[in-house]
Design a protein around this ligand. Structure first.
Ligand SMILES: *Cc1c(COP(=O)(O)O)cnc(C)c1O
Length: 405
């Protein structure tokens, strides 16, 4: 079947919870993908940062293949020989005592919420069922009913209530708003150090460290959802590193699975994660041998600092080029704002010229895969293995698309 036929069949037999670009990918290597007709595209989405290390990264594939032939699943009813290396390696990478492995990002966020509440009751001494968690406007933490219940995006929460109580939504980037929302029953502040789905929103400088201080002063856990921002994307291992901030709890996912399997985790010290005892939380697939083999390879790759360095250097180049694109030319300014850090950019197009969707479609026709988010914003997040020449070429294609608007 050709692309058109495959799309027609897919659309008629699957729920329309996504609105994909009309491209059918059949193979990939590094930063490039190939569709069923053999056309090649530079992947500037990288599976929403799940593919930080590129498609078919040999180090990750070798680990996965070797594991596939030996042992794939045990459940946590038993230990397996890949578990110890993964949890100790990841805990060390985060500078924390322990890891609770799950599969998807949303599960890890749910896990962090449960851990924070239980910590609140058992350690902080919050009265039964009174715990609250401060969260941010325009957050994205996943798609479960509890998580969408504190989303401020009507598409995400509309029609899915009633919702779990116990969340307070405040303005992202406002230190004062966090301070005012916290009371004696607050157990955690949950935030993305850079809001990805909201359009790669970078908070004002000093925000994360101020929130860190407020959390410490009020005995509140700072929970950083680094599912998209973490593991090299921004030029550091974690986006929190840019402000020298160490959260109490890291929530990780996406790139932790190396683009091969879903792997997520909550990482914290023993005084926090230790509140979970046998039977109180779990996952049949969480921490399985395949996940641990791949996750261990990812941790090993991040230990070298090579990928963080690439994201930093190529990110500097990307943002320089995007700033040039944002400068008014002949009285015309198609790009109204550029944000981001490392190999991660949100680009706001003048909404009177085009929607983000239209720009993404035009880029696709020129061999660049990117995705819009919210109206007229497109985001660029190529695999960290992308070459400088390919990146320059992709920005050139964006420039050409903008010129044609
Ligand atoms: C993608 C994402 C999630 C959800 O991860 P899933 O694996 O899709 O459940 C949560 N938080 C952030 C910041 C994300 O980018």
């Amino acid at each position: 079947m050709n692309s058109e036929e495959l799309i027609r069949l897919a659309e008629s037999r699957s729920a329309h919870n996504y609105h994909p670009l009309p491209v059918v990918i059949a193979a990939a290597e590094g930063a490039w993908v190939t569709d069923v007709e053999g056309r090649r595209y530079l992947d500037c989405l990288a599976g929403y940062s799940s593919l930080n290390f590129g498609h078919g990264n040999p180090l990750i594939l070798d680990a996965a293949r070797e594991q596939l032939d030996r042992l794939t699943l045990t459940s946590r009813a038993f230990f397996h020989d890949r578990f110890a290396a993964f949890v100790s390696g990841l805990a060390d990478l985060c500078g924390k005592d322990m890891v609770l492995p799950m599969n998807t990002g949303a599960e890890a966020v749910e896990t962090a919420i449960k851990v924070a509440r239980k910590w609140g009751y058992e350690v902080k001494g919050v009265a039964k069922d009174k715990a609250n968690i401060v969260v941010m406007e325009d957050n994205f933490h996943g798609r479960t009913t509890t998580i969408v219940g504190f989303s401020t995006d009507p598409d995400a929460y509309g029609g899915f209530g009633p919702f779990t109580p116990g969340f307070r939504v405040v303005k992202y980037g406002s230190v004062e708003a966090v301070r005012e929302a916290i009371d004696e029953n607050t157990v955690a502040v949950l935030l993305e150090p850079i809001q990805g789905e909201a359009g790669v929103l970078v908070p004002p400088e000093g925000y994360l460290s101020a929130v860190r201080e407020i959390c410490t002063d009020n005995r509140v856990l700072l929970v950083a959802d680094e599912i998209q921002s973490g593991l090299g994307r921004t030029g550091e291992t974690f986006a929190c590193d840019h402000e020298g901030v160490v959260p109490d709890v890291y929530v990780l996912g996406k790139a932790l699975g190396g683009g091969v399997v879903p792997v997520s985790a909550v990482v914290a010290d023993e005084d926090v994660l230790g509140v979970i005892r046998p039977g109180q939380h779990g996952s049949t697939f969480g921490g399985n041998p395949m996940a641990c083999a791949v996750g261990t390879a990812v941790v090993e790759m991040l230990k070298t600092g090579e990928y963080q360095r690439r994201a930093r250097e190529l990110g500097g180049f990307l943002h320089d080029r995007l700033r040039e694109l944002a400068a008014p030319r002949e009285g015309r300014q198609a790009v109204v704002a550029v944000r981001g850090r490392g190999l991660w950019a949100g680009i706001d197009i003048d909404p009177s010229l085009a929607t983000g969707r239209q720009v993404s479609e035009a880029l696709m026709r020129r061999g660049v895969l990117a995705k819009d988010t919210h109206g007229s914003t497109i985001r660029l997040a190529p695999p960290l293995v992308v070459s400088r020449d390919d990146l320059a070429w992709a920005v050139g294609q964006l420039e050409a698309v903008l010129r044609e608007l």
